[in-house]
Design a protein around this ligand. Structure first.
Ligand SMILES: N[C@@H](CCC(=O)N[C@@H](CS)C(=O)NCC(=O)O)C(=O)O
Length: 234
C-alpha cells in the first residue's frame, strides 16, 4: 500500500495519473496547502521541504517503508518499482528522463510563476516585467514541445512515458497560458491521446472531487503560502 500526500495541483496530478496507470493500491491523505497543513510537524517528518506530492511506500526497497518526495523522483521510483513507463534500454531511458527533466526544470517553474502572477500577484503593483518574462518563456517552451512532438508520438519517444505524465497536467491550462491548440497540431494530438486514457480520466476525476481551502483562504493564509507579507525573508 502507498500513502499519497496530495491536493489538486499539477505536480500532484502527475502522481495520481501514475498510480492509476500502474494500478498500485494507494490511500489519499489531503494536505491543504491553503490552510498551512504542509507546515505541520507530522508532514515535515515526511517532507522537510513542506511540499506535496509525497508518497510513503509501505512495501519499499527491502520490504521496508520508504518515503519519496519531489514529483519527478516519485515518477521515477514508481516506474522502477513497476517496470512501466520508463524504458530499460539506456538511450531510450535517457530520452525519457531528459524530457521529464525539461518539465521539472522548465515547464513546471515557468508555468507555475505565470499562473502565480496572473492569479495572485497584488493588483496594486506593477508586475508587467515579470509577467512578460514568464509569458515569453512559457510560449517558448510550448514551441519547443510542438517541434519535439512533430518528430514522434510522445515527448520521450514513440512510447507514452513518465515524461508525458509529468508534462500533461501543466498543459491543461494552455488557454489561460495564451496558447491555442489550433496553432499547435502536434500538441493538440498528443494532449487528446493522453486526455482520453482511462487512467488519466480516473485520476482527474479523483482530483476534481477534492475540496480545498483555495477559494476561502484568508489573506494571512495566502501570504504564508506565497512567502510574502510578514512571511517574506527579504
Ligand atoms: N518540485 C516540487 C514542487 C512541489 C510543489 O511546489 N508543491 C506545491 C503544490 S504544487 C506545494 O506543496 N506548495 C506548498 C508550499 O509551497 O508551501 C515537485 O515537483 O514535487
Amino acid at each position: 500500500m502507498i500513502d499519497l500526500y496530495a491536493l489538486t495541483s499539477p505536480n500532484v496530478q502527475k502522481i495520481y495519473i501514475m498510480l492509476e496507470e500502474t494500478k498500485l493500491p494507494y490511500t489519499e491523505h489531503f494536505v491543504d496547502v491553503w490552510k498551512g497543513d504542509q507546515y505541520s510537524p507530522d508532514f515535515i517528518k515526511i517532507n522537510p521541504n513542506s511540499k506535496i506530492p509525497a508518497i510513503v511506500d509501505h512495501e519499499g526497497p527491502g520490504g521496508k517503508p520508504y518515503t519519496v518526495v519531489e514529483s519527478g523522483a516519485i515518477l521515477m521510483y514508481l516506474a522502477e518499482k513497476t517496470g512501466k513507463f520508463l524504458p530499460k534500454d539506456m538511450a531510450k531511458k535517457y530520452d525519457v528522463l531528459q524530457w521529464m527533466m525539461f518539465q521539472m526544470t522548465g515547464v513546471g517553474p515557468n508555468f507555475g510563476q505565470l499562473f502565480h502572477f496572473k492569479m495572485y500577484a497584488p493588483k496594486d503593483k506593477d508586475t508587467s516585467y515579470s509577467m512578460a518574462r514568464h509569458q515569453t518563456e512559457v510560449k517558448r517552451l510550448y514551441e519547443v514541445m510542438e517541434k519535439r512532438l512533430a518528430q514522434g508520438s510522445y515527448l520521450g519517444g514513440d512510447e507514452y512515458s513518465i515524461a508525458d505524465i509529468a508534462t500533461f497536467p501543466w498543459t491543461r491550462m494552455h488557454d489561460m497560458q495564451g496558447v491555442k491548440w489550433e496553432d499547435n497540431p502536434n500538441l493538440a494530438r498528443w494532449f487528446k491521446s493522453i486526455d482520453e486514457r482511462p487512467a488519466v480520466k480516473a485520476a482527474l476525476a479523483k482530483v476534481g472531487a477534492i475540496k480545498s481551502n483555495r477559494d476561502t483562504a484568508s489573506d494571512d493564509q495566502k501570504d504564508r503560502f506565497f512567502n510574502r507579507g510578514h512571511y517574506a525573508r527579504a
